[in-house]
Unconditional design. Structure first.
Length: 210
């Protein structure tokens, strides 16, 4: 088994220390940083994402795989930067004003990182303007908005309206998600996309950022 396959394999098992050591090894063997990312880390995370969609693995497995991915990325990131490897896109994510839930948002953030995005997490209880400011400051291609309560879902429209009224209106795509959210609600408020789960959110973000 090649070192890159071993990286993917150990990532799926959530073995953070082994992933970090194998990333080091792959770089010593002369692998290009971009190749280690695509055919090692992202490959493993991609499999976890697919299994998560099919309910073959659950949130705890995704979290430990994401932790292993982070351990590998800590070693790889400086090399990627110096090699000029760009992320597939920049995503700003946050939970809307009045909503203090963050597990779903955090999972989406990990899946986005697993899909090759640079993620800017603005946290929970975020004002619409905070999404806009973060997207402008980081030159984001996608904004991900989360709400877990029917009472705070309405604040998603405020985020969509704030983005559309700003300098980045029409340039940055907005995707929404969360337990009570539906495709019909997404269409109603004029967001660009809806994802039912974290793995689908990463796929959707790639489509929107393309």
């Amino acid at each position: 088994m090649s070192t890159l396959d071993q990286i993917a394999e150990n990532l799926m098992k959530g073995k953070a220390k082994d992933v970090a050591a194998l990333v080091e090894q792959a770089l010593k063997e002369g692998e290009q940083p971009g190749n280690v990312l695509t055919n090692g880390l992202l490959k493993g995370m991609g499999v976890i994402g697919e299994r998560f969609k099919k309910n073959e693995v659950y949130v705890p497995e995704v979290l430990i795989a994401a932790r292993a991915m982070k351990a590998g990325m800590q070693i790889l990131q400086p090399k990627l930067t110096s090699a000029g490897v760009k992320p597939v896109g920049i995503a700003v994510i946050g939970t809307v004003k009045g909503d203090l839930h963050d597990i779903g948002k955090n999972l989406v953030g990990m899946m986005l990182e697993g899909g090759g995005f640079k993620v800017i997490d603005i946290g929970i209880d975020a004002e619409p303007q905070k999404f806009v400011d973060a997207a402008i400051a980081n030159n984001a291609s996608v904004i991900g908005v989360s709400a877990l309560l029917t009472t705070t879902m309405t604040n998603m429209k405020a985020v969509v309206d704030a983005v559309k009224a700003s300098a980045i209106g029409g340039k940055v795509k907005i995707m929404i998600g969360g337990a009570p959210v539906t495709q019909a609600f997404c269409d109603e408020i004029g967001a660009n996309g809806y994802a039912p789960d974290a793995a689908s959110a990463a796929d959707l973000a790639k489509k929107l950022a393309a």
